[in-house]
Design a protein around this ligand. Structure first.
Ligand code: NDP
Length: 302
C-alpha cells in the first residue's frame, strides 16, 4: 500500500460472494457433525412486536440458518409483551439444550428494558456478542467469547483481501457498541494502530487521509468522499442509508473514491451480507463449544 501511487482501479470487495463462502463453510461443518451423529445446531430468534424491518431481518436470519442446516426456533411475541415475559422467554431458551444461539431482535419496544434482556441471555449463547461478559472478553483479548457479527464480518473481508493488519493505521469512524467499538478492538488485537473517530472529532478528513484502512460506521449518506481517502487505502463501508434518490447507499461515496482506494466494499453487497453469515458462524462456534467438537472453522473465530 503506497502513500503516493493512486490505484488505477479500485477493487470491489464482494461481500455477497464472501458471505456465500462463509455460509458454505458453516453448511459443510454442520453436515460433517451430523455424519458424526451429533444433533443439528439450533438458533433461537425472538421478535417482539411487528416492526416490518425487524421482521425482514429475522426472516432472513432464519432462512440463512436453515440453509446451512441450523435448526431455527422462532418466538414471536406481541408488542405489549412485558420485560418480565420476555425475560421468562430468554430464561427458557438459556436452559434449552437444543438451542446454541439466542438472538433477540433489536430494537425492542420502548417499554421493555433492553439492557435487562441483553444481560439475561447466557453469555455462552449470546451469538450477537452484546452481553457485557462478551464485550469484556473482546476488549481484554480473551478467547471463548462472541464478537458482534458486523465487525466480525468486516474483519473477515479484510482477511479475505489478504491484508496484513499489523502496523497499519486503521481509522474507525463511529463508536457504537455494536459496530465501532468492537471493530476497533478487533483491529487492535491484530496489531493495527487504531484511531476511533466520532461526531466530536475535529479534522476528520485529515485523520482518515492518514489511514491505510478506513471503516465507516456512521449512518450518514455518503459522508466520506475523495478528500477523506488516502491513495491505496482499503475502505470498509458499514453504513446502510437511504439516499435522496430512495436507493440504499453507504457512508462512503463509492463512486468518488474510485481510482483512489485500493479496494472498497459497495453498499448494498458489501458488509451487509456478512453480518448474517457471521451469525451462522457464531452459532456453529457455540454448538462446537457445547458439544466439544471444535474444528478449524470454529477455531478461526476470535
Ligand atoms: P450509531 O448511530 O449507533 O453510531 C453512529 C456513530 O457515528 C456514533 O458513534 C456517532 O458519534 C458517529 N457519528 C455521527 N456523526 C458523525 C460525524 N459527522 N462524524 C464522525 N462520526 C459521526 O450507528 P451504528 O453503529 O449502529 O450503525 C452505523 C451505520 O451502520 C448505520 O448506517 C447502520 O444502519 C449501519 N449498520 C449496518 C450493519 C450491517 O449489517 N451492514 C449492522 C449495523 C449497523 P457519537 O458517538 O459522537 O454520537
Amino acid at each position: 500500500m503506497s502513500e503516493q501511487t493512486p490505484s488505477t482501479t479500485t477493487r470491489v470487495i464482494d461481500g455477497k460472494l464472501a458471505a456465500e463462502r462463509v455460509r458454505q463453510e458453516v453448511a459443510v461443518a454442520v453436515a460433517e457433525r451430523r455424519t458424526r451423529g451429533l444433533r443439528a445446531p439450533g438458533l433461537a430468534t425472538v421478535l417482539v412486536g411487528a416492526d416490518p424491518a425487524s421482521a425482514v431481518y429475522v426472516r432472513n436470519k432464519r432462512k440463512a440458518a436453515e440453509g446451512a442446516g441450523i435448526i431455527s426456533v422462532h418466538h414471536e411475541l406481541p408488542a405489549e409483551t412485558t420485560t418480565a415475559e420476555l425475560l421468562a422467554c430468554v430464561a427458557a431458551l438459556n436452559v434449552d439444550d437444543t438451542v446454541d444461539g439466542i438472538l433477540v431482535q433489536l430494537p425492542l419496544p420502548k417499554h421493555i428494558d433492553e439492557h435487562a434482556v441483553l444481560v439475561a441471555i447466557t453469555p455462552a449463547k449470546d451469538v450477537d456478542g452484546f452481553h457485557p461478559d462478551n464485550v469484556a472478553r473482546l476488549a481484554m483479548g480473551l478467547k471463548g467469547g462472541f464478537v458482534p457479527c458486523t465487525p466480525l464480518g468486516c474483519l473477515r473481508l479484510l482477511d479475505d483481501e489478504g491484508v496484513t493488519l499489523a502496523g497499519l493505521h486503521a481509522v474507525v469512524v463511529g463508536r457504537s457498541n455494536i459496530v465501532g467499538k468492537p471493530m476497533a478492538s478487533l483491529l487492535l488485537q491484530r496489531d493495527a494502530t487504531v484511531t476511533i473517530a466520532h461526531s466530536k472529532t475535529k479534522n476528520l478528513a485529515e485523520l482518515t487521509r492518514s489511514a491505510d484502512i478506513v471503516v465507516a460506521a456512521v449512518g450518514r449518506v455518503k459522508m466520506l468522499g475523495r478528500e477523506h481517502i488516502k491513495p491505496g487505502a482499503i475502505v470498509i463501508d458499514v453504513g446502510i442509508n437511504r439516499g435522496a434518490d430512495g436507493k440504499l447507499c453507504g457512508d462512503v461515496d463509492f463512486d468518488a473514491i474510485q481510482g483512489i482506494a485500493l479496494a472498497a466494499t459497495p453498499v448494498p453487497g458489501g458488509v451487509g451480507p456478512m453480518t448474517i453469515a457471521m451469525l451462522l458462524q457464531n452459532t456453529l462456534t457455540s454448538f462446537d463449544r457445547a458439544t466439544g467438537s471444535l474444528t478449524s472453522t470454529a477455531k478461526k473465530a476470535p
